[in-house]
Design a protein around this ligand. Structure first.
Ligand code: SAH
Length: 235
């Protein structure tokens, strides 16, 4: 945790927060911090600054906070992700959030197993926790949005063209003829396939919606590796 993310409910007055649970435990046992130590803090949706510990015991962590800087700039990227296996989903959400993605769409695809949609990892609480972990990792405060789309075709045909308007629209596909462009200097809408890949019909629908298939080369990468490699290359 490189930043302690604070929410409105944590504030007991304008400059003081009181934390319990995961964050208190982490500061006590991982940071091994004590009264008088300063930590990097940030207010969800707001500024970043310093928190000085005024109390730390088994019940609570209290800090006096000064928020004086803006969080890092966002990545101008919308990530449309075919729902991966729950464990991988956690990693991709936290990873993409730490890289500055602010808009995530989880979409169904032919090779997405139906059970993934019912996983406890799809709970509101877990989807929030993974993004919070990503923000804490990257010292950011702006939570990305998550939009859940259970039906591939209506989403791709009716909503995706509008969502991608004004951006470079690409679908990452290992077999694609064109290579993924570099340092594009413009907003991007990036579609990532499921762990088994998109089927031909899905690639055809995406092409019809204005998406160009692009490849990172002949190595087939894991979803989380592909996302990191694609973002590093596009920006
Ligand atoms: N067996 C599948 C592999 C899918 S990998 C197939 O051959 O299509 C899961 C997703 O990661 C892919 O759908 C794609 O979006 C992305 N990906 C993985 N390796 C890639 C590569 N070399 N180039 C482009 N995208 C890649």
């Amino acid at each position: 945790m490189n930043l302690l993310l604070l929410f409105d409910d944590d504030f007991v007055d304008a400059h003081r927060v009181r934390l319990t649970g995961r964050r208190r435990e982490h500061v006590m046992h991982v940071h091994r911090a004590g009264v008088g130590d300063a930590l990097v803090v940030g207010r969800a949706g707001g500024r970043v600054g310093e928190g000085t510990i005024v109390r730390l015991d088994d019940d609570a962590l209290e800090l006096d906070v000064v928020l004086d800087r803006e969080p890092p700039p966002a990545l101008p990227l919308t990530l449309v992700l075919a729902l991966p296996r729950p464990k991988v989903l956690n990693r991709v959400l936290a990873g993409a959030t730490s890289m500055g993605v602010k808009r995530i769409v989880l979409v169904n695809a032919w090779r997405v197993e139906k059970s993934y949609w019912k996983s406890p990892r799809m709970s509101v609480e877990n989807l929030l926790l993974q993004r919070v972990l990503g923000l804490e990792q990257a010292r950011d405060t702006i939570l990305p949005s998550i939009d859940v789309q259970r039906f591939f075709r209506p989403f791709v045909e009716r909503e995706l063209p509008e969502l991608a308007r004004g951006s470079l629209a690409v679908v990452a596909h290992p077999g694609a003829r064109d290579e993924c462009p570099r340092n594009v200097g413009q907003p991007v809408t990036l579609v990532i396939g499921p762990e088994g890949g998109f089927i031909d019909e899905e690639i055809a629908s995406l092409e019809k919606a204005g998406f160009a298939p692009v490849s990172l080369g002949e190595r087939v990468l894991r979803v989380e590796t592909a996302v990191a490699a694609l973002l590093g290359r596009l920006f």
